[in-house]
Design a protein around this ligand. Structure first.
Ligand code: AHG
Ligand code: MN
Ligand code: MN
Length: 335
């Protein structure tokens, strides 16, 4: 019979050499936040109905939007535990040093609290993405330098997928492992050990509606994905959910590439470097894949701005290398 492994047991057994309690407990905190958000997400269609049935809300408060709720939960679970020096969230304009009244820790948490927000109200999968860095200077309170670190410096990254089940997938640089939430037990149990991008890949994911806004190299890449130029392996099929976490997760399980290219009027594309592209790039590399902005590795980009965006191609190496080749051809033709 196979073993039942809780996330707690797994984190403890596979903690990296440098991990003291602080790092290990930070991962538990994130798992706890994931459970709270999952609970709320599962009731997303009901909160209005139940709210109304409860008649008057004494404070006259409006239902919080789910992405603000998720942002607040992650912040409040992590701000006072003494494990972090700073946080940065896609939902907040500024980075957040840990308040003076709390003990300061050695790590930095960056997160997209609710990814795929356009899918919340239509009952389609959404997620949370996170990345963990070490503080640049452990003696100082959190500074912007702690947050603006390239993906290469991540010590952990992961996501929570709120789909037909809730899953937490993470890496600490020793491969990628996935856990499924047992709703009755309230525990994440190891369900996907040592996840690797399968080869040959099955899917490509892109929003075709933006085709006219792409450069010639990206258009050529799309045609290549569709089979117009010779490519080894079976033909790809197309899937696009519009929640990066869900698209990435499917491609991680089946093999494929997610693309959000630059557009004529949006040269940086849409995906945020710190909260989305960086953590997923680290996961992809740990699963045998690769992430690029089309010209260089996502993990090497030095962020200069908290909310910086980047074009993103992430998935199987063979698929991502090809876009770099086509964009190099495009650059050479231009020069
Ligand atoms: P968020 O909900 O955190 O703002 O992110 C939405 C992102 C990403 O999840 C998704 O891949 C992409 O937006 C979809 O954008 P388009 O609707 O432009 O395709
Ligand atoms: Mn997002
Ligand atoms: Mn978001």
């Amino acid at each position: 019979m196979s073993k039942i492994v809780t996330i707690e047991r797994f984190i403890f057994d596979y903690q990296p050499d440098y991990a003291r309690g602080e790092f290990t407990n930070l991962l538990y905190d994130i798992a706890l936040a994931a459970k709270v958000i999952a609970h709320k997400t599962n009731r997303a269609g009901l909160t209005d109905i139940l709210g109304r049935a409860g008649a008057t809300n004494i404070q006259g408060e409006q239902q919080q939007k789910l992405d603000v709720f998720a942002d607040d939960i992650i912040f409040r679970i992590c701000d006072h535990t003494g494990r972090l020096c700073a946080m940065a969230s896609e939902e907040r304009d500024e980075f957040m040093p840990i308040p003076e009244q709390y003990k300061k820790g050695s790590y930095v948490l960056v997160y997209d609290p609710l990814d795929g927000s356009s899918n919340i109200d239509v009952n389609v999968s959404i997620g949370t993405i996170f990345g963990v860095y070490r503080c640049v200077d452990w003696d100082l309170r959190g500074r912007i330098e702690d947050v603006l670190q390239p993906g290469r410096k991540l010590v952990a990254a992961g996501y929570v997928l709120f789909g037909s089940s809730t899953m937490l997938v993470y890496t600490t640089g020793q491969g990628v492992n996935g856990f499924t939430l047992d709703p009755e037990l309230g525990e994440f149990l190891l369900s996907h050990e040592n996840m690797r991008l399968p080869d040959p890949p099955a899917y490509y994911s892109v929003n075709h509606a933006y085709y006219e806004r792409w450069s010639p190299g990206v258009k050529r890449y799309l045609h290549w994905l569709q089979g117009s130029e010779e490519r080894e392996g079976k033909p790809l099929s197309s899937r696009y959910i519009g929640s990066l976490v869900a698209d990435f997760h499917r491609n991680l399980l089946r093999g494929g590439v997610f693309c959000y290219p630059a557009e004529n009027n949006k040269p940086e594309g849409k995906i945020r470097l710190l909260y989305e592209a960086g953590p997923l790039a680290f996961l992809a590399e740990q699963a045998g894949g690769y992430a690029s902005n089309g010209r260089s590795p996502i993990l090497d980009i030095e962020p200069t701005d908290l909310h910086q965006r980047t074009p993103l191609f992430v998935g199987n190496r063979s698929l991502v290398y090809q876009v770099e080749k086509f964009l190099q051809d495009e650059d050479e033709a231009d020069s």
